[in-house]
Design a protein around this ligand. Structure first.
Ligand SMILES: N[C@@H](CCC(=O)N[C@@H](CS)C(=O)NCC(=O)O)C(=O)O
Length: 204
């Protein structure tokens, strides 16, 4: 199998962390695409939306959208239950994944807006996306039990998206007034899978 990724993508990193945590690393080759144009012009059969991550299976079929890929990986490995099979634990992990991915989506939108010339930036668009991040991090900070329990896909999604917010947003600090979440992230970040997939912006 081959995973198409970019080093900074929070969604691709979520899948990469999952691959390491499930012990599937020797079964999945990772191809880092070097430009965003390469991502957007991928063969449609790999992902017609032109986004990473996309996972090419040995059959030649491809899967895309990170939650779908993660579900597939959970199906083919039989180690720890990163996505519980049933009961509330399953919905909880999936909901947490959606919250984490939402932080990643909002940080990506803010990053894109921030790259526009300063006089063309839409402060309302930035504020709207930032509000999604502060509301979600605020909810988690006040309900740390959401992040409790054995490792699951939701925790990975939150951690990789917070890492992406660190990477992408210079002027917006998600840690402000979020001490519980900050401490949780600091500890989670120590996992070998997080360290191995860490990507810092090249210094200029
Ligand atoms: N919901 C998708 C989001 C994937 C996504 O937005 N990927 C970004 C990289 S972080 C991308 O490929 N963007 C290229 C584009 O939209 O043109 C998932 O979870 O896989």
């Amino acid at each position: 199998m081959k995973l198409y990724a970019r080093p900074a993508s929070p969604f691709a990193r979520k899948v990469r962390v999952m691959i390491i945590e499930t012990g599937l690393a020797d079964k999945i080759e990772i191809e880092m695409l070097s430009t965003i144009e390469e991502v957007q012009n991928m063969p449609p059969a790999r992902n017609p939306l032109g986004k990473i991550p996309a996972l090419e299976l040995d059959s030649g079929e491809a899967l895309f959208d990170s939650p779908v890929i993660c579900e597939y990986l959970v199906g083919i490995h039989d180690a720890a239950p990163l996505l519980p099979k049933d009961g509330w634990a399953r919905w909880h992990a999936l909901r947490l994944q959606a919250a984490g991915d939402g932080i990643g989506d909002a940080a990506a939108a803010m990053g894109a807006e921030g790259m526009r010339p300063e006089d063309k930036r839409l402060s309302r668009a930035l504020e709207n996306q930032w509000k999604k991040i502060t509301r979600t991090t605020g909810l988690l900070n006040d309900n740390m039990d959401w992040l409790d329990g054995p490792l699951n896909i939701g925790q990975i999604a939150v951690a990789t998206s917070l890492g992406y917010a660190d990477f992408r947003l210079d002027d917006y600090q998600w840690r402000d007034e979020r001490p519980n979440l900050e401490a949780w992230f600091a500890e989670f970040n120590e996992r070998a899978s997080m360290q191995e997939t860490f990507f810092a912006r090249p210094s200029s």
